[in-house]
Ligand binder design. Structure first.
Ligand SMILES: C[S@@+](CC[C@H](N)C(=O)[O-])C[C@H]1O[C@@H](n2cnc3c(N)ncnc32)[C@H](O)[C@@H]1O
Length: 250
């Protein structure tokens, strides 16, 4: 049986950019302001999520419902899978024929290491795909914002760019990536920063790296002389861009 239009519920994943509320796209803002319900993933109870902080001023809480989804920051599937399932149940329970428009906000771009993919997968597994129509609004990524803040060129003409989750990489693999790609972007860098910088030092690449932490947020740290960070572990929301052109051409 064909669903009546009124019965179809919508869930739009909106990438809200890296931190500066002005870096939300016009399309993202429209989706956000049209929503009946704003789903906000957060890693710990009681902690306001960073995505929420970015969008808070754009939401009218007298008209829109804000729903937190607890998604712990862990690699343990025994904690993650039940959390994703619980989040899908909440989304499924909240969206209704009367309040059919939901948005799910997340940092940067939704399809780059975002939590939304797991929710989306489970919506489909639960057979809700046809009932809950999913849309994706792309967002400004953390590395695009860091490149802009440090005036770093990411690539020109033939240059290849690699994006890596640094805390999952081996040093041997990283060394190979630095040889193969003109630009290497290292996300999830904070906890492994000492090892990353040591490797860059060995490869004589320290002068060709820039560092961005909580870029676009009030706590932003941007470092263009990464020697200052040698030996330091830094927060999770941090990244390195390594490009042989840095400090040479521009
Ligand atoms: C789970 S991934 C999310 C990536 C995000 N979807 C994006 O498009 O940038 C988290 C990693 O992104 C990077 N990140 C996200 N926001 C950041 C920010 N404002 N400043 C620096 N790095 C950020 C960090 O490397 C962090 O470890």
């Amino acid at each position: 049986m064909t669903k009546q239009l009124a019965e179809i519920r919508h869930l739009t994943a909106v990438g809200v950019g890296p931190g500066d509320p002005e870096l939300i796209t016009v399309k993202g803002l429209k989706a956000l302001q049209a929503a009946d319900i704003v789903f906000v993933p957060q890693s710990r109870d009681g902690n306001k999520s960073l995505a929420w902080r970015i969008v808070a001023d754009y939401i009218d809480q007298s008209r829109q419902e804000v729903v937190s989804l607890l998604l712990p920051m862990t690699r343990n599937p025994r904690e993650l899978v039940p959390a994703w399932e619980a989040a899908v149940d909440v989304i499924e329970g909240k969206l209704s024929a009367e309040r059919p428009l939901g948005v799910y906000v997340l940092l940067g771009d939704p399809l780059l290491y975002g939590s939304f993919m797991y929710i989306w997968e489970r919506l489909n597994e639960n057979g809700l795909g046809p009932d809950v129509q999913v849309e994706i609004v792309p967002g400004v990524t953390s590395f695009a914002a860091t490149a802009a803040a440090t005036q770093t060129v990411l690539s020109m003409t033939h240059e290849r760019v690699a994006i890596l989750p640094a805390s999952y990489e081996t040093i041997a693999n990283l060394k190979q990536m630095f040889e193969t790609f003109e630009t290497v972007i290292l996300l999830k860098a904070g906890t492994v920063l000492p090892q990353l910088l040591e490797t860059l030092e060995q490869l004589d690449l320290l002068d060709h790296a820039v560092y961005g932490e909580r870029v676009g947020m009030p706590e932003e740290v941007v470092v263009t002389d990464v020697r200052q960070l040698l030996g330091q572990k830094r927060p999770y929301l941090s990244l390195l861009i390594v490009n042989k052109r840095i400090n040479e051409m521009f």
